[in-house]
Design a binder for this molecule. Structure first.
Ligand SMILES: Nc1ncnc2c1ncn2[C@@H]1O[C@H](COP(=O)(O)OP(=O)(O)OP(=O)(O)O)[C@@H](O)[C@H]1O
Length: 280
């Protein structure tokens, strides 16, 4: 158990609550099976990295958890609600209590940064407009953007700024659980390290739980409490990076102990910031 999950479990020695609970997941497209018998838990307070070879099914898993894809079998619970029997009120509750940062930021191109970040508040609250914009300004400051960025459109932002604006929008409703899809992809090593630091800081300060798909080994070492490895259509291991370094699974061995894994773990950290060239 990691520090975060141990801390979450500390009162009365009760196990930490699962914010995500996937059991026996079956995902298929036609006769292609992507997941079979996949189990995964994310505990409150945990920063979980999800890794796997290209095509291993990380995005399909994320889409299934956030409700964009119906599973062909098994069960998916989010914040205690079973997706198979979700009422409209429960779906709205999940939407309010979770935030999502898609890979490209998924900002509305016609809206300014401030309007993008305020959008979830406009959709889900009845607050006065002035309060919505004050809250949006606060979130923008939290992710390290400045007041002079408020009125820029997404096309006027760098890749790193788009990610920060997307993260501010994901945080707009003070979520408990945040989904991040390859948050450092496309950032230079310094920008990626700064973004890692920001995510870890927010997770610690706000008590966020994080489900993060990544190819970035440095991110795993820098911010994840545990890492779930997708291979062979399921989660083959979920453990700390230090435990995974000792795994016998061939994909995990190659991933963590191949040249880039060694660089991420060892001294040459900057050169490790990209995906190892491996198939599943
Ligand atoms: N809408 C779809 N229709 C058919 N097949 C799909 C669909 N979406 C995904 N797949 C297939 O499911 C498999 C898993 O895809 P997924 O995008 O989840 O992989 P991934 O692990 O996220 O890969 P990457 O790291 O390259 O992004 C792939 O073989 C992909 O072709």
């Amino acid at each position: 158990m990691t520090d975060a999950t141990a801390a979450a479990a500390a009162p009365e020695d009760k196990p930490a609550e699962n914010l995500i609970e996937v059991r026996g997941l079956l995902s298929q497209f036609g006769d292609r099976t992507i997941h079979e018998n996949l189990d995964l838990d994310l505990k409150r307070g945990e920063v979980l990295g999800v890794v796997g070879g290209s095509g291993a099914g990380k995005t399909v898993l994320l889409n299934t958890i956030i409700g964009l894809k119906e599973p062909e079998g098994g069960s998916v619970k989010v914040l205690g609600y079973d997706r198979a029997t979700l009422t409209d009120d429960q779906a709205a509750d999940i939407e309010k209590r979770t935030g999502i940062l898609f890979q490209q930021g998924a900002l509305f191109s016609s809206l300014t940064v401030l309007e993008n970040v305020a959008a979830p508040l406009v959709e889900h609250t009845k607050l006065p407009k002035s309060v919505m914009y004050e809250l949006a300004e606060l979130k923008i400051a939290m992710v390290g953007l400045k007041p002079e960025h408020h009125h820029l459109k997404p096309a006027e932002l760098s890749g790193g700024m788009k990610k920060r604006a997307g993260l501010a929008r994901a945080l707009a409703l003070d979520p408990e659980l945040v989904f991040l899809d390859e948050p450092t992809a496309g950032l230079d090593p310094i920008g990626a390290a700064a973004f890692d630091e920001l995510i870890r800081q927010l997770a610690d300060d706000l008590g966020l739980s994080v489900f993060m798909i990544t190819h970035d080994l440095d991110s795993l070492y820098a911010i994840c409490d545990e890492v779930a490895v997708l291979a062979d259509k399921r989660v083959v291991e979920k453990a700390t990076v230090q435990e995974l370094e000792r795994s016998d699974h061939p994909w995990i061995k190659e991933y963590f102990l191949g040249p880039r894994g060694r660089a991420a773990h060892g001294s040459d950290r900057a050169s490790a910031r990209s995906e190892p060239e491996m198939s599943k």
